[in-house]
Unconditional design. Structure first.
Length: 189
């Protein structure tokens, strides 16, 4: 269980987050292509900002196949991420870095579940220790990504409910905000 690891959680840890379906409402069978389509889940900016002091780094790792399919541009994605961070900053939060995979091919080393985005983050921030990192996502590919790198993994059931336990998942929550509340409660006790 993640409980035992949360006891050792300190400001040297890194929080890795998927984006769509974790922080914001995921569009069914489509992509968030423009800023006006981006919508946080309720209370997410507040609770993500409340987690900020508990982690050395908070990093988003997101597959963005819409770019590879020419449905949006990298500038569109940067605008969305700038908007996301500006919204967090009004609550005192911040995402340290955004990593994204644009390829349409599952074999691309940067596309989750492949580990390229995590390895690039560690190259950019050498203090990242994967054994002191948590990956939160709403897809099995997120869990496999984290598990392969030795992270603790948290599955949020915003877009799919898992009926059985899987080795690559350490904990499950209904929403990311539930995970945030859980951590904040544990750290207060």
């Amino acid at each position: 269980m993640l409980d035992q690891f949360l006891q050792s959680l300190d400001s040297s840890w890194t929080l890795f987050l998927d984006r769509d379906g974790v922080l914001n409402i995921e569009k069914d069978q489509d992509y968030i292509k423009q800023v006006h389509e981006f919508e946080f889940y309720p209370e997410t900016p507040f609770y993500l900002s409340a987690l900020r002091p508990l982690f050395q780094r908070i990093i988003v790792v997101t597959n963005q196949r819409g770019i590879g399919r020419n449905l949006m541009t990298e500038n569109d994605l940067h605008d969305i991420h700038s908007h996301l961070n500006a919204s967090l900053q009004t609550h005192g939060g911040l995402i340290d870095a955004f990593y994204y995979a644009t390829s349409i091919h599952n074999s691309d080393p940067y596309r989750k579940p492949n580990t390229g985005m995590g390895l690039q983050a560690q190259k950019d921030f050498p203090e990242i220790n994967f054994s002191k990192s948590i990956m939160v996502g709403n897809n099995i590919s997120d869990m496999e990504f984290g598990h392969q790198l030795g992270m603790k993994t948290v599955f949020v059931e915003t877009t799919k409910v898992l009926e059985s336990d899987m080795e690559c998942i350490d904990m499950k929550f209904t929403h990311f905000v539930d995970f945030c509340k859980y951590i904040l409660q544990k750290k207060q006790n």
